[in-house]
Design a protein around this ligand. Structure first.
Ligand code: F6P
Length: 409
């Protein structure tokens, strides 16, 4: 590399997204980039001229290590949708003017399907105007729903947290005694894809039977069957723990979280904020059965729990960040770097480069055959798929008993 690099983070943060940022930074430097700039709050910040010289924030190897172990988006994230090129060329002219002023050679965007829309549009505009800047997407999302990749960085750590938390919740529930039993409903993120909710299966082991049911958004939710299942488990053992995706819908397409109340917040990509599914279901169970209930919304804990990160995930996130720089340096543009799995056991994956036009705005759902016939649990194939992604531990740098993070100075 002979010129400069700029990198941004976009969409929902994860425990591993900063490890990708560290991978981008160190690989760009190793390959000779003069400066590595960071967009503050992604493309939205860049449009306002808000960027930093990352070299002023990452001063030594300890900073790189801290960055890799710090959850959330170090640079700040955004959910900003670029207009179609024919709708507003001025926005693109402005972005390219800034990139040219900074003498940018590679533009790396770490994000999910919506963020890949940004890479797609910028690379299209670059080709249209004869720019030689390379635009490369670096995948990230706890949702694990990006097309053409085996999995996405961030997912493994979130899956590990979800499996662990559900196991701990089961242990707590099983030790209690209530007159009509206790029903616990754990709400997991993932919008349209059930990869995260399916990870509840990881609670299973020789010391734990796992949750009683997992309700993924890929299958329409049947509230009567749910009630029956909860009653059966309460009669049998006095407690039940189930996990539900925030995005479960009835067969008419109504979000369960909206059965209780209407939500007004919708982001720039038209995604509704989905929250309250577990709350609604617990109120429903309390009314129908009169049992004690607990509604647990894992919320941002599941994507920020770097104290329980998967080592594989953190290492792979750094690796794919580096691979994004390599792809740009070797001349690719309008692409995203992906993982291709070679084997489950021993687990092996390599990186490859795919056309971002086939990835942007697409969603990769859990295959129906990886969910049981009743739509209430995942199969062994799912378990075989997810297990390697949660292996190994990576400890935060603990100071005074609490994790130390790298933060923007
Ligand atoms: O895209 C990741 C994700 O965590 C989704 O699973 C979830 O629906 C959404 O982000 C929540 O976004 P926000 O943090 O903006 O509410």
């Amino acid at each position: 590399m002979k010129r400069n690099v700029i990198v941004g983070q976009s969409g929902g943060p994860t425990s591993a997204i900063n490890s990708s940022l560290a991978g981008v930074y160190t690989t760009a430097k190793e390959r000779g980039a003069k400066k590595v700039y960071g967009m503050r709050h992604g493309i939205q910040g860049l449009l306002n001229g808000d960027y930093i010289d990352l070299g002023e924030q990452i001063k030594n190897d300890l900073d790189v290590e801290l960055l890799r172990r710090t959850p959330a988006a170090f640079l700040g994230s955004c959910r900003f949708k670029l207009p179609e090129i024919h709708e507003d060329r001025e926005v693109y002219d402005k972005i390219f003017e800034i990139l040219n002023e900074l003498d940018i050679e590679a533009f790396i965007y770490i994000g999910g399907n919506d963020s890949m829309d940004t890479i797609k549009k910028l690379s299209d505009y670059g080709l249209l105007t004869g720019s030689d800047i390379k635009f490369v997407g670096c995948p990230k999302t706890i949702d694990n729903d990006l097309a053409l990749t085996d999995h996405t960085p961030g997912y493994g750590s979130a899956a590990k947290y979800i499996g662990t938390s559900i196991k701990e919740v089961i242990r707590d529930a099983a030790s209690q005694e209530y007159p009509r039993g206790i029903a616990t409903v754990v709400e997991v993120m993932g919008r349209d894809a059930g990869w995260l909710t399916g990870a509840g299966v990881l609670a299973e082991g020789e010391d734990c039977d796992g949750p009683d049911a997992l309700y993924l958004p890929e299958v329409p939710f049947d509230i009567d069957a749910f009630l029956k299942k909860v009653k059966k488990e309460l009669d049998k053992k006095g407690y039940t723990v189930v996990a539900v995706s925030e995005g479960i819908r009835t067969k008419d397409g109504q979000y369960v979280c909206e059965m209780g109340s209407e939500h007004a917040f919708v982001d720039a990509f038209g995604h509704k904020q989905l929250t309250g599914t577990a709350n609604y279901l617990c109120a429903y169970l309390a009314e129908k059965i009169g049992c004690k209930t607990r509604s647990i919304e894992l919320s941002t804990l599941q994507r920020a729990a770097s104290h329980l990160a998967s080592r594989i995930d953190i290492l792979e996130a750094a690796r794919i960040g580096g691979a994004s720089i390599k792809a740009a340096d070797e001349g690719s543009t309008g692409v995203m770097v992906v993982f291709e799995r070679e084997s489950d056991d021993p687990y092996q994956c390599h990186t490859a480069v795919k056309d971002v036009h086939k990835i942007a705005n697409e969603e990769r759902l859990v295959p129906r055959k990886w969910i049981n016939k009743e739509g209430t649990y995942v199969t062994d194939e799912f378990k075989t798929y997810v297990k390697p992604l949660i292996q190994g531990d990576v400890w935060p740098v603990m100071v005074g008993g609490i994790p130390r993070h790298l933060y923007m100075k």
